[in-house]
Design a protein around this ligand. Structure first.
Ligand code: ACO
Length: 371
């Protein structure tokens, strides 16, 4: 019997603090007019000091679980796609697993820059289709404000913070993720990167002095690349699936620049109203932009059960990808659950486990010393 991976829950979390273009114009030599006409962005959200990639991811995950009616302990796999993870390791996904009380889940991060959510969705869907798992949480989460140079007008005007999440569930009913394409061109690695802080260029006083821990981007080559692959990606995934463009209800693209989307729409000969665009409110939230846009579309009734949707994205790597899905919504047997309660319980559980680990290490060290 065939198994299908359905998108049954969705959620988003954005920081409360809004930074407008006018706010930015007080910090760098730019203007609301320049940012709006060159990118379409009007404002973005900036994380508070007590927020992080993991906390935003966990908030979005809890929303998604609530929509799907899935208890955290029933999640088999958590994938967090992020360009601004909490650490090189451990994975942000493990922190989310602990925060939400997903006690059974395997958890890992996926690094494919802004294309990460599409890659992650495809990986989770494959794991469900093969029968390996039943339920997955796929999250895109970012605090890009922590890794952009607030003195570099070429980059700081573009990015924002936020997280979005999908719940994927197995079902025998046809629908859900239909097909996907994933591509990379590492020869373009240097046009969009975080040069330092990894093993090639470990953190040092020198890397910090030279601002190498900030996002480095050459806007024009990225723009040219993006306009090419956005339309190509949509066409390729539809050709692969043997699915006609006319039957696609909605395209949910990575939200980087409205001009990139306008070029893609023109190449595909589609009106702009086929595209979900919300970058005016959030800027480029990298891996989070597609699930945030999907959540807003679903919550407003623009994306409905049964609709065919193409997710398409591009980003550092360089990477690009597209995924065709039939939107499902919660499964019929959806129970009412309160993931917030699990979250509270998860906090207590985590504190207990930490304490136990401390006590055990004291006991074992005194045993080793013959105590
Ligand atoms: N305010 C005012 N002027 C600016 C600003 C700013 N914020 N930023 C750049 N400029 C200036 C430049 O210095 C340049 O001045 P010059 O002509 O005197 O040298 C001029 O504006 C034009 O600069 P361009 O780079 O040619 O501007 P362009 O029209 O290409 O727009 C932009 C720049 C918005 C960055 C565009 O290239 C773009 O969107 N590129 C793609 C970026 C992208 O999508 N990145 C995300 C990838 S996803 C990921 O993986 C994170």
């Amino acid at each position: 019997m065939s198994r299908y991976a359905h998108i049954t829950g969705w959620g988003m979390a954005v920081p409360e603090h809004v930074m407008t273009n006018d706010d930015l114009a007080k910090m760098v030599d730019t203007s609301d007019e320049w940012i709006r006409t060159r990118t379409g962005i009007r404002e973005r959200r900036i994380a508070a000091p007590d927020e992080s990639t993991a906390t935003l991811a966990a908030d979005a995950a809890v929303e998604a679980l609530k929509v799907a009616g899935v208890r955290p302990p029933d999640v088999d796999l958590i994938i967090v796609a992020s360009s601004s993870p909490e650490h090189i390791f451990p994975a942000t996904a493990c922190l989310v697993q602990d925060m939400i009380g997903a006690t059974k889940a395997g958890a890992f991060d996926l690094s494919a820059a802004c294309t990460g959510f599409i890659y992650a969705l495809n990986m989770a869907a494959q794991a469900i289709r093969t029968g390996n798992i039943n339920t997955a949480l796929v999250i895109g989460a970012e605090t890009l404000s922590r890794i952009v140079n607030w003195q570099d007008r070429n980059t700081c005007v573009l990015f924002g913070d936020g997280a979005g999440a999908f719940v994927l569930q197995a079902s025998d009913e046809p629908g859900g993720v239909i097909d996907a394409i994933m591509h990379a061109d590492g020869s373009g690695a240097d046009v969009l990167m975080l040069p330092a802080g990894g093993s090639k260029l470990p953190t040092s006083a020198d890397t910090v002095a030279h601002g190498l821990h900030y996002v480095h981007m050459e806007g024009r080559p990225v723009f040219r690349f993006a306009t090419r692959v956005m339309a190509e990606g949509v066409t390729e995934v539809l050709d692969k699936a043997g699915f006609p463009l006319e039957k696609v209800n909605l395209i949910i693209p990575h939200q980087a620049n409205v001009r990139i989307l306008e070029v893609a729409a023109k190449r595909l000969k589609l009106p702009m109203d086929k595209f979900v665009v919300n970058l005016d409110k959030y800027g480029n939230t990298s891996t989070a932009s597609i699930p945030i846009a999907a959540t807003e579309a679903a919550n407003s009734g623009r994306l409905r059960p049964g609709d065919y949707v193409v997710f398409v994205g591009f980003g550092g790597g360089l990477t690009w990808g597209a995924l065709l899905a039939q939107w499902t919504g919660p499964l019929p047997e959806r129970p009412e659950i309160s993931p917030e309660r699990y979250r509270l319980w998860a906090k207590v559980r985590s504190a207990g486990l930490r304490l136990k680990r401390k006590v055990m290490s004291k006991v074992s060290s005194s045993e080793n010393m013959g105590g």
